[in-house]
Design a protein around this ligand. Structure first.
Ligand code: UT7
Length: 325
């Protein structure tokens, strides 16, 4: 028998205010046609007063606990992936911990921008497998609207706010059983030589300001397709699977053209790819768990399914994880 981290439930939370492309066209020189054609985005949600990364994260975490039938107070590890914490410190995870009424467990944030959820999942899985925690909330939560330059049409139309969470539990499984549930394989990468292609131009130690997001979109796009296809192949090879074995791919939702190109490279039919970028836009670390939760709740992803998560973002960072539900 081997210890694996098994997904017991998922949840998500969005701000109250939806902002369709038409509203963006009133703010900057853009059109609904341009945004839809170049990105697939039709709508995003923007946090209002009183809505923060921690309130969204807490909402998603509560729903994940409900779906798993677990009392939040029994969670012994909370990992929040975010690039937009409520405060520079303490970790947003500790704010979520307090809101959920958890005491005494582990709580920390992970910073890997759009790959944050994959990094958080990898860290949480490793800690569960070494026995440091038994029941973990892994959350991706962002309020990117607060670091956007609302006069820069090349970036402000692309992002949105939200949170997604999963509840992971330690379980003894028979690894020889191909239907055994849990996280099967994860690969994470970073290449810091590209850290100025997607970044925030401020921070506590450099400028003393929060800063705004800056991106060389075309270059990020080019790297994304290559890196994602490569890491997906790595994870499949490590697990002894092929793309044909996958029931679903839940990708980072940055641009529908990246999703299409990556699926084509792997020979994956587009029907197996979960797409929510049209509704949520790019929610950075929240996008994978938000998309996963949508597909869990509408019944597309079912118990027993083989699911691949993947993401790529600032750093560059990228990664993928294969999970049997
Ligand atoms: O989440 C982390 C990972 N991030 C990503 O994966 C993002 C990757 N990049 C992308 O998704 C795409 O590169 C973008 C959506 C950001 C841009 O699409 P593109 O097809 O690469 O467009 P472009 O940057 O080459 O710009 C094409 C034209 C430019 O005009 P000119 O120079 O050809 O006259 C831009 O000025 O589109 C113009 N443009 C816009 N026009 C209307 C840029 N933004 C807008 C806009 N509305 N919002």
């Amino acid at each position: 028998m081997t210890i694996r981290s098994v997904i017991k439930g998922s949840g998500s939370a969005l701000p109250a205010r939806a902002v369709p492309n038409a509203e963006m066209a009133e703010m900057v020189d853009t059109t609904d046609e341009w945004i839809v054609e170049r990105t697939g985005i039709r709508n995003r949600y923007i946090a209002g007063e009183g809505e923060t990364t921690s309130t969204l994260a807490t909402g998603a975490a509560r729903k994940a606990c409900e779906a798993a039938g677990v009392d939040p107070a029994s969670v012994d590890m909370i990992v929040v992936a975010t690039a937009t914490p409520d405060q520079t410190f303490p970790a947003t995870a500790t704010i979520v911990q307090q809101a959920l009424g958890c005491t005494g467990g582990i709580a920390f944030d992970v910073a890997a921008v759009c790959t944050g959820f994959l990094y958080a999942l990898g860290v949480a899985d490793s800690m569960i497998r070494t026995g440091m925690a038994k029941r973990a909330l892994v959350i991706g939560a962002e309020t990117f609207s607060r670091i956007l330059d609302w006069e820069d049409r090349t970036t402000c139309v692309l992002f949105g706010d939200g949170a997604g969470a999963i509840l992971l539990e330690s379980a003894d499984v028979d690894e020889a059983d191909p239907r055994a549930p849990g996280i099967i394989a994860t690969r994470l990468h970073a290449d810091g030589s590209h850290n100025q292609l997607l970044y925030v131009d401020g921070g506590p130690s450099s400028t003393g300001t929060v800063g705004k997001l800056r991106m060389k979109g075309r270059e990020v796009f080019r790297h994304a397709v290559v890196n994602l296809a490569q890491v997906l192949e790595e994870v499949l090879a490590e697990a002894g699977k092929t793309a044909a074995d996958l029931d679903w791919v839940v990708p980072h939702q940055a641009n529908s053209r990246i999703l299409d190109a990556t699926a084509r490279k792997l020979g994956l039919p587009p029907e197996k790819v979960i797409v929510t970028v049209d509704q949520h836009a790019n929610t950075s670390a929240a996008s994978v768990p938000l998309a996963f939760d949508s597909a869990m709740r509408d019944g597309r992803i079912k118990p027993g399914d083989l699911v691949m998560f993947e993401a790529m973002g600032g750093g560059f960072t990228w990664g993928a994880s294969l999970v049997r539900l």
